[in-house]
Design a protein around this ligand. Structure first.
Ligand SMILES: *Cc1c(COP(=O)(O)O)cnc(C)c1O
Length: 355
């Protein structure tokens, strides 16, 4: 556990952007974490170095066969100036799950957690503290071996970069417009949909663009075989409240198991609100709407935490959910999770890790 992480210092510090200009993923802090893998040494040489461009051979395998995985989590500054990470062990566990599926050698999870803690601690002045802001943490791994044969790379680089991010919502939560995608698919059974690998995003961009052209914010993916069952939204899992009960698609191998999703399920159980993970057809959701039983729809993911859905379009029909208003349960979940993340409320489920 007492991992020695070398620190390579820089005197060239960037000026920090104003909170209003932050947006998402535009600015990066002064330092990053790097660790390399080679076949003979394994994962070795953990280092915190200045954030700087990489030098890679054009033949690096990641450019050709796409062995690339990532994670996303956030650090928050509390009113008292403490720094909290939200369930970082879960992200590191999932990083290893992604490693396993993409044939990347697994990491020592304690080393990665220690690396994230040391890096965030070094950069804590970069954590904005206005409502809704945070420091986004992006761990990722790429295959770096210079080789064009098709097999798993024998060299990798793990990096962790940090980006101060603004509030997802300007002002209060705003309902999103969702396009139910019935032409393209994101992930197939037996594929890589359940892990955070870059190719999943490459495969989703065209559908996202076409949905935006039609005035929608994001797409809702259906299963790849029958295009009948609901999977998830772009980078969020999805929940439906029907007649007082909450349902979300079960993790079937093509859906990404979100940490926010898990947090929502645990909180609902804790509150005694019925929640079920099961296969849900898009037809059933539209039928529930027509029967006046569809009360709320919301997405759950690290970026937005909870994102109420105000409109759903499927084929020729579009429905307005809850009068395009934020539902009570969506609001309650958003408040509860963000209050725990910001240390404003007792951390009843033991989710935060203080630096
Ligand atoms: C990251 C991600 C999510 C949300 O996961 P969180 O751990 O809650 O941030 C959902 N779907 C996809 C496809 C993702 O990549």
């Amino acid at each position: 556990m007492n991992q020695v992480i070398e620190l390579v210092k820089t005197n060239e510090k960037k000026s920090k952007p104003s909170v209003g200009s932050l947006g998402f993923g535009k600015y990066f802090t002064d330092y990053m974490f790097v660790m390399d893998y080679t076949k003979d040494k394994g994962w070795h040489g953990p280092k915190i170095t200045p954030y700087e461009p990489l030098v890679l051979e054009p033949s690096s395998m990641v450019f050709h066969y796409g062995q690339a995985i990532f994670e996303g989590l956030k650090a928050y500054k509390t009113k008292e100036g403490k720094v909290l990470l939200f369930r970082p062990d879960k992200n590191i566990r999932r990083l290893n799950l992604s490693c396993e599926r993409i044939s990347i050698p697994p990491l020592d999870e304690d080393v990665v957690l220690e690396a994230i803690k040391q890096l965030v601690d070094l950069e804590k002045d970069w954590i904005p503290d206005e409502e809704g802001t945070s420091l986004y943490i992006r761990p990722f791994i790429i295959a770096t071996e210079p080789y064009l044969g098709v097999r798993p790379s024998e060299q990798y680089k793990l990096m962790v970069i940090l980006s101060p991010v603004g509030s997802y919502y300007s002002g209060q939560l705003t309902p999103t417009k969702i396009y139910v995608e019935d032409k393209y698919v994101r992930a197939v059974p037996g594929g890589v949909g359940y892990v955070k690998t870059s190719g999943n995003y490459a495969a989703s961009l065209k559908a996202q663009e076409e949905a935006e052209e039609q005035g929608y914010d994001q797409v809702l993916w259906l299963d790849a075989i029958e295009k009948k069952y609901i999977e998830e939204v772009g980078s969020m899992n999805i929940f439906f409240k029907v007649k007082g009960e909450v349902i979300t698609p079960e993790l079937n191998g093509s859906i990404l198991g979100g940490i926010t999703r898990d947090s929502v399920i645990q909180l609902l159980k804790h509150w005694g609100i019925p929640v079920r993970e099961e296969r849900i057809s898009v037809e059933d959701v539209f039928n529930a709407y027509h029967n006046g039983e569809l009360e709320e729809v919301f997405g759950a993911g690290t970026a937005a935490v909870i994102s109420p859905v105000g409109e759903l379009k499927w084929k020729d029909e579009h429905i307005i959910v809850n009068g395009n208003q934020i539902g009570d349960l969506s609001m309650r979940l958003y408040e509860a999770i963000t209050n725990i993340q910001l240390g404003k409320e007792e951390d009843i489920l033991n989710w935060t890790v203080e630096l």
